[in-house]
Ligand binder design. Sequence first.
Ligand SMILES: *Cc1c(COP(=O)(O)O)cnc(C)c1O
Length: 560
Amino acid sequence: MAKYGEELMKQGIAYFSMEIALSNKMHTYSGGLGVLASDVVKSSADLNIPLVAVTLISRKGYFRQELTRDGRQIEHPDPWNPQDFLQNLPVEVSVQIEGRDVRVKAWVYNVKGAGENIVPVYFLDTDVEGNSREDREITSHLYGGDERYRLKQEIVLGIGGVRILESLGIKIRKYHMNEGHSSLLTLELLRRYNMDADRVRSMCIFTTHTPVEAAHDKFPYDLVREVLGEIVPFDLLRRLGGEDMLNMTLLALNLSDYINGVSKRHRVVSREMFPSYEIHAITNGVHPYTWTCESFRRLYDKYLPGWAHEPELLSRVDIIPSSEIWRAHMEAKRRLIDYINSVTDVKMDYETLTIGFARRATAYKRHTLIFSDIDRLRRVNKKGRIQLIFAGKAHPRDEPGKKMIEEIFRYKSILKGEIEITYLENYDVEIAAKLVSGVDVWLNTPLPPLEASGTSGMKAAYNGVINFSVLDGWWIEGWIEGITGWAIGPTPEERRLMPIEEQLAMELNDLYGKLEHVIAPMYYGRRDEWIRLMENSIGKLASYFNSHRMMHRYVTEAYL
Ligand SMILES: *Cc1c(COP(=O)(O)O)cnc(C)c1O
């Protein structure tokens, strides 16, 4: 391993993630979790943090989304060519699955930082000669297949991952689990350290991402016995991973020294779910350079050189002339609108107040909330014209999520000739970058408290786009009413005392009321005030909600 060896011997932290969104052409991600993993890796590279990442190769991707004329989602395989992007490593390990030895090999992608530092990302692959046809498919489909398939993938990720790092000769001090998918790595460590749980605990960090109990991976012990076998004694496994089912979240909680949620609010919710664990909060962030569009990169380079390395400099945004902020925004907006007019059948224009909404299409994200009262939406549009851009994939088995997309298409035809509405196909990081920079307002209406953090609104802030969001996740920490953006609905404290119908009524009141009386009048009538808010998004939000700050916190609180 001389070629990779020496430099990497220094690497101390191994970051495990089921998905990672390094590039649009590498289809190894589905959404926010993968984008976060990628921003972790990029910031670590920029900040010289000795980190390596481990993930699955997902040769056939998540899926490519096609939408029919009436909004039905059709899922296509989404393969990519690892050999075009990755370096094939001469290593191979094996893991036991269903009593067979399954061979696992690895590929590497080196992420270069702003300086000389490199963070290698290892992609695990079972498509290896000697494996059965079925086993060669284990690392094919991200979040595909049934429970058994998922368990096999998690064996490859957790156990195979630890073994690959070992066989590469990389010394790891700490293992960071990005969500519970990789928590089987703790079993491999237990085996290695004679079942010494304290020792393992001192090496593990766990970041939880979802406040929905049902979303945590759980496997019946019959299946575990069959597929994984007894890598550690079953009574120990039951004590650590749950009595009735192997709960991957519980396993990670029980074997980690440092546990965190991804926003301050999420910490509170997680503590209610898991009262016997100490849970910290490290609020997510986004990678500054990646999520800033060209026109704003140029502007920041000119007035705030060094911003991409030290995004705190953005708090000095006031030295940039307002006219140049607006010009940079209009450049991004024109690019988006031109793109939309070229790939869809709508006719959008540069002058209209443009509202963007893009995220995973799943019920709690409530893509359709803005259509709850069509007449009020029409009234808003009479006061100040709006156009709406949507995007997002629904998981193939998420029927309500798919229905939600179809509903938007229905509203689109109901409002035809009045409000231009489009739903972009196949939401990915490239479309995300265009959207979060090219719209005027970034709308976010998840059902509290289900949004652990959310990151797309932070991306918007880097491009001077103004957030209009429900008070949940990161926005509770970023929101200053009328200064950094606007809130939809009550605060968490107010919600506690309010029946659910009242909460919804207040959300709709804010949604339509602020659009009609605050947002549209300011956009069309008081441009200087509008630009002030754009500047505040940059100066007060982007300067803080970035992955450099986030990684500084992981280093000082969890890694050191
Ligand atoms: C940023 C991003 C997400 C996550 O956005 P949220 O606001 O956290 O839902 C999902 N998908 C893609 C492609 C992204 O770029």
